[in-house]
Design a protein around this ligand. Structure first.
Ligand SMILES: *Cc1c(COP(=O)(O)O)cnc(C)c1O
Length: 370
């Protein structure tokens, strides 16, 4: 059994993937080929955003909007400590400062009740200039965007939705990536919509902002590539990745449905043994991961491993305790919910094509070792 097994999906759509790859080889437009535009149009439509821009990775999809907002040294960006490093890394690449806000103990997303306190504290201290908020749709579940957008508006901040894990999820009937000023996702192979390499996408309704991202994607280009009006990066999505994603996108909606079934079956069978995921009534999760909590997780995890079942921990060490961010001056105890969740959480094999048989092996193993 694999933790995320991509071969079942590939078997289903192999012909389409092969045909799309052959098409790219035939037309030869490896950089910014027509597949990129087609994918941007289809995903913008799916998400319900005016504009989409294919980029080189989820990390660059986070970095580029920050560049477009001119985030710079002295700026404070509010985000969560319980996420993948990329969420906060991009802030520091631009010389700005992450200010962490603890998470909710049940959804693991930003606790909006702690957000405004954090903003007011930074304002009162006067050392940094509050500039933006990066909430994360952790494990596929959207954060509380109505509340976050209201607080952002009140304090004049932008909101950048990190939906690297959230693509395909829904908040109050609206799709992830369409919930704030700008939403971004990742096409890393293990994400809900994964390519066969790196890739990502940014979504926005703002034409001026979109134009800036287009420029930043190709070295800050102006009227052409050799007219550079700002500092940008090489942030393009490969044509081959777009071609592969077009084939995968055809069955994506169905896969989001299959993910609900797999998640429900896990939860029905495991809820008396571990703390199973909590999804708010107004949300549909894209189920990037299925993560559970237990006080003695080491015992269960080693039991699973003994039984040949792969497990993973997202995330063993919250960002405020990472050496990379030692300059921020945080210490253990600063974000108790993140620390507590990190100590208790682990993730079990999950993908849309997980068979009942394999799922039962996981369930029985947990029951045996709990
Ligand atoms: C995967 C991930 C990213 C980064 O995406 P890449 O495509 O790997 O660069 C950013 N944020 C979160 C929350 C992620 O899970």
């Amino acid at each position: 059994m694999q933790f995320i097994d991509l071969k079942f999906q590939q078997q289903r759509i192999k012909d389409k993937i092969d045909a799309n790859i052959q098409n790219v080889l035939a037309h030869g437009k490896y950089i910014q080929g027509p597949e990129v535009k087609e994918l941007e149009a289809k995903l913008a439509d799916f998400v319900g955003a005016e504009y989409a821009i294919g980029v080189s990775s989820g990390t660059d999809a986070l970095l580029m909007p920050l560049m477009a907002y001119n985030v710079k040294p002295g700026d404070a960006i509010f985000t969560v400590p319980f996420t993948f490093i990329a969420t906060a890394e991009v802030v520091h690449l631009l010389g700005a400062t992450s200010v962490f806000v603890d998470i909710e103990p049940d959804t693991f997303n930003m606790d909006v009740n702690k957000l405004e306190q954090a903003i007011i504290k930074v304002k009162n201290e006067g050392k940094f200039n509050p500039k933006g908020i990066i909430p994360v749709d952790l494990f596929g579940q959207p954060a509380d965007y109505d509340e976050i957008n209201t607080i952002a508006k009140k304090h004049g901040l932008f909101v950048l939705e990190d939906a690297a894990q959230g693509f395909g999820g829904t908040y109050k009937g609206k799709k992830a990536c369409s919930l704030t000023d700008v939403g971004v996702t990742s096409f890393f192979p293990a994400k809900p919509l994964g390519a066969y390499g790196d890739g990502g996408m940014c979504f926005t309704n703002n034409k001026d902002f979109y134009d800036k991202l287009i420029s930043i994607r190709v070295h800050g280009q102006g009227t052409n590539k050799y007219d550079n009006v700002r500092v940008g990066i090489n942030g393009r999505l490969d044509t081959f990745m777009a071609a592969i994603l077009l084939a995968k996108f055809e069955i994506f909606n169905e896969e989001i449905g299959l993910r609900q079934d797999v998640a429900k079956r896990y939860s029905d069978n495991l809820k008396d043994f571990v703390t199973t995921p909590y999804v708010k009534d107004h949300n549909i999760s894209a189920w990037a991961q299925y993560s559970v909590l237990h006080n003695d997780k080491e015992k269960i995890m080693s039991g699973l491993k003994e039984d040949g079942i792969p497990v993973a921990v997202y995330y063993p060490k919250p960002l405020h305790l990472q050496d990379a961010f030692v300059d921020l001056g945080y210490k253990f105890g600063d974000f108790p919910i993140s620390e507590d969740v990190a100590a208790k959480i682990f993730s079990i094999p999950f993908h849309p094509y997980l068979s009942h048989q394999d799922q039962d092996l996981v369930i029985d193993s947990i029951k045996k070792h709990v």
